[in-house]
Design a protein around this ligand. Structure first.
Ligand code: CTP
Ligand SMILES: C[C@](O)(CO)[C@H](O)COP(=O)(O)O
Length: 380
């Protein structure tokens, strides 16, 4: 997979393949789609020299990855670097794919690999569906170009390994913008495999909006609910939402008894259908005695990231007669925003009493309800 470009046309702050779509780097999405194919044994990424740290972050945990290699000044040079790095392994078939095409389908990968059983090369492509015009030097239309037999080349482009390695070795630098062209120049037959139109290359700034809308169509919104209670015991402060608030009692618990963060964790785990806080941090485990609950909340957020989900909104209701929450509300919102790495305006902290009724009304403890909204990939 070639990921050594700088993404000049996309005008992103970082090379476009490291920019996020639906909360995950494009490069990771592309790698995961390729690595998920059962007939693909290994994935080698060609990256830009300055991008080693970004690559390590974006690719962490993706299966089947070989160590990355450094690319060249052009796409062709980067492909060559990748092929040379694979030469010692001498695979029979190789698929070459742009990191900037995250919507590669399982079906296209299968079709390419099957075609390579009896062809030297095969590429994903789409027949041209529009009338084609050639522009004149004056900027108007010079002519209508017959579109019969014209296809738009995409990637993956698949080849018998030796054939494409030799073609790259004997090609002039910057001879072609895709790999099939190097075989065409040698009159070697390359098959055209009709591709999924969604497999477009993110090239320009405007392409990100289209890509986001394709991803949105694969996502669903989920609601998670959490509820927790802790009783008071003698002490002089409570910890709520990661903020220490002086009080005439403390909350009793195995950890720091932060009832707000506990309810929040349960809501997140509930939205991901992963159980509850006790599933991951059992009160029977001595390790968590006195533990600060931001640890639990950060672990819940790691599960959100691992599921490819995004936390959209948090709504917390603290049920307590005392202490008064109002003076600490902003500090709590800020602290929770910090713990979750979420913008403060996506976090609501509310408080209520139960008008003297029930255990909270009798000042025996504090309860908290949490509701979270998550955007989750449908299949996760
Ligand atoms: N020297 C290069 C140039 C491109 N690519 C990769 O080839 C694919 C297709 O290239 P393109 O979309 O043109 O990417 P960029 O070269 O990054 O874009 P730009 O021309 O706008 O800078 C991308 O995944 C890109 O990272 C590469 O590995 N090495
Ligand atoms: C390889 C490719 O993606 C096939 O469409 C394309 O040729 C890359 O060209 P670019 O000019 O570097 O975007």
């Amino acid at each position: 997979m070639v990921a050594g470009g700088r993404g000049v046309r996309a005008q992103t702050d970082i090379p476009k393949q490291y920019a996020c779509l639906g909360g995950r780097p494009i490069l990771r999405r592309t790698l995961e789609a390729i690595a998920a194919h059962p007939q693909i044994d290994a994935v080698l990424c060609v990256i830009g020299e300055p991008d080693l740290a970004a690559y390590a972050d974006a690719s962490a945990g993706v299966p089947k990855l070989l160590p990355p290699v450094t690319g060249g000044r052009s796409r062709q040079a980067s492909v060559r670097a990748g092929l040379e790095a694979l030469a010692a392994k001498a695979p029979q078939k190789v698929l070459i794919h742009d990191a900037a095409r995250p919507f590669i389908s399982h079906k296209t990968l299968t079709a390419l690999l099957e075609t390579l059983d009896h062809a030297e090369g095969a590429i994903a492509a789409l027949p041209v569906a529009d009338t084609l015009k050639r522009q004149s030097t004056a900027g108007g239309i010079d002519a209508t170009v017959p579109r019969d037999g014209l296809w738009r080349a995409a990637t993956p482009q698949g080849f018998r390994f030796e054939t494409i390695l030799n073609a790259h070795r004997s090609a002039e630098p910057d001879a072609a913008t895709d790999d099939a062209a190097l075989l065409e120049a040698e009159n070697i037959h390359v098959a055209l495999i009709p591709d999924d139109p969604r497999n477009f290359k993110i090239t320009y700034k405007e392409d990100f909006a289209l890509a986001e809308s394709l991803i949105a169509a694969t996502r669903e919104t989920r609601t998670g609910f959490g509820f927790d209670v802790h009783a008071f015991e003698p002490g002089d402060a409570v910890i709520l939402g990661g903020v220490t608030i002086p009080h005439s009692a403390k909350l009793k618990g195995h950890s720091d008894a932060d009832v707000v963060l506990h309810a929040l964790c349960d809501a997140i785990f509930g939205g991901l259908a992963l159980g509850d806080i006790g599933t991951f941090f059992p009160p029977s485990d001595e390790k968590w005695r006195g533990a600060p609950s931001d640890l639990f909340a950060k672990a819940a957020m790691a599960k959100v990231a691992a599921a490819g989900a995004t936390l959209v909104h948090v709504d917390l209701t603290i049920i307590a007669e005392a202490p008064k929450i109002g003076p600490h509300r902003d500090a709590m919102r800020e602290r929770i925003a910090d713990i979750l790495s979420l913008e403060g305006d996506r976090i609501s902290v509310k408080a209520t009493t139960t008008e003297g009724l029930g255990f909270t009304g009798r000042r025996e403890g504090i309860a908290c309800q949490a509701v979270v909204t998550l955007s989750v990939e449908r299949d996760s």
